[in-house]
Ligand binder design. Sequence first.
Ligand SMILES: C[S@@+](CC[C@H](N)C(=O)[O-])C[C@H]1O[C@@H](n2cnc3c(N)ncnc32)[C@H](O)[C@@H]1O
Length: 244
Amino acid sequence: MALFKRRSVKEEVEQDPNYPVVDGLHYLDVLAGIEAHMNPELYLEIGSRSGTSLIPRKCNFVAIDPVFNLKSSDFSSTGDMYFFRKTSDDFFASGFLERNGLVPDLAFIDGMHHFEYALRDFMTCEKTMSRDGIICLHDVVPFNGEMTTRDENYLKIGTAWTGDVWKVVLALMKFRPDLKVDVLKATRTGLCCVSGLDPENSILHQNFEQIIAEFVPIDLVEDGPDSYFRKIELLDPNAYLEGL
Ligand SMILES: C[S@@+](CC[C@H](N)C(=O)[O-])C[C@H]1O[C@@H](n2cnc3c(N)ncnc32)[C@H](O)[C@@H]1O
């Protein structure tokens, strides 16, 4: 028996009234705005799939995904383009960036939507990045409880799945108060933009097991959306871009 019944399009976009309405600038426009402002040397993307967030990048890029299904090869980049058909863990373990003296200054994390994967992606990204870089994490503002499930089968119903990536925001706020963590009301499931990076900082690495044990069991449906949303401030993406 299927875990989740196939729903109608109307049901798929259902907004739970107890969750914030996320109606700001689209996340792809926010990424474009950050790129235009920063003019990055190297963009690193974890989770590229169809290329929707990759094809518009104008700069050099590294794209990582175990399954590419690019919808076009009409890339906007005029620079170097590196594609890695592997998991992000395998990519970082390969030491490709260090071996080639490559230092990303803009990263977009949109890979496996489980908290521990997204947190590890943040940690391994930060280690390789420049101090004035920005790491963006997708899917940190769910608009209903169902999409926060850790059950990967949810993907099969073909609607937005945020998983429990939202917990990365709370973990960073608790364990890395030195970072600037901005949570944007970017359509449709939010974008977290982290700056003030410190590649030498080992707090998350030292406490990884403890953080996982603390955050994985938390359940937004059981605890209610307020347990998360009262702790964060949702920013207007345009205001964020203007402040860069
Ligand atoms: C939501 S899609 C990415 C969508 C894309 N960034 C966009 O904006 O259209 C998530 C992707 O993460 C990939 N993925 C899953 N596990 C991963 C892992 N461990 N490392 C890297 N990518 C992973 C999946 O194959 C999938 O293509």
